[in-house]
Design a protein around this ligand. Structure first.
Ligand code: UDP
Length: 161
């Protein structure tokens, strides 16, 4: 018997990743995508867009009272960003581990922030920090018809039969 049906919920966990404006300007989009592809996650949504204050106020709702919030808004609206939805087993926690510490200066080598950035205010990527937040955040950035359900041809070699 198969351990995972193709409709298995645990293989369909999703997370939101934003490739932030600094990374787009520095032409790091491909490097970021490559890490998630190589790990084995499945890309199910992606777009380049210019964020506005409306969507960022929702996305960063919990940070609106922080002293750095105005500069965070300026940063996140300074140029286009790439919004992506990645899917797979344990993708929320795995992606947070791959992204590394919020403060790039403390982020470990081998993490995206640790390899590509120097400072908390220009930390290259966002990744949802829980399954619940991922669900909410995906809803802020994507319409349901912008997500594509598809089967990876190497699935059994990624997860086992
Ligand atoms: N941020 C900042 N200064 C700080 C803390 C956070 O500019 O002292 C920015 C940074 O871009 C960070 C974002 O605010 O990624 C959201 O902060 P959060 O604590 O949610 O960290 P994350 O989930 O992105 O690691």
């Amino acid at each position: 018997p198969r351990r995972h049906g193709s409709d298995s919920a645990e293989l369909q966990e999703k997370t939101l990743v934003l490739v932030k404006p600094d990374a787009v300007q520095r032409r790091l989009v491909g490097d970021v995508i490559k890490r998630f592809e190589r790990r084995g996650f499945k890309l199910v949504g992606m777009k380049l867009l210019q964020a506005n204050h409306g969507i960022l106020d929702k996305h960063y709702h919990q940070l609106r009272q922080k002293p750095f919030y105005p500069s965070l808004l300026a940063y996140m609206t300074s140029g286009p960003l790439v919004a992506m939805v990645w899917e797979g087993y344990n993708v929320v926690r795995s992606t947070r581990a791959m992204v590394g510490d919020t403060n790039s200066a403390e982020a470990k080598p081998g993490t995206i922030r640790g390899d590509f950035s120097m400072h908390v205010s220009r930390n290259v990527v966002h990744a949802s920090d829980s399954v619940e937040m991922a669900h909410k955040e995906i809803g802020f950035w994507f319409h349901s018809d912008e997500l594509v359900a598809w089967e990876c041809s190497d699935r059994d070699y990624t997860y086992g039969p």
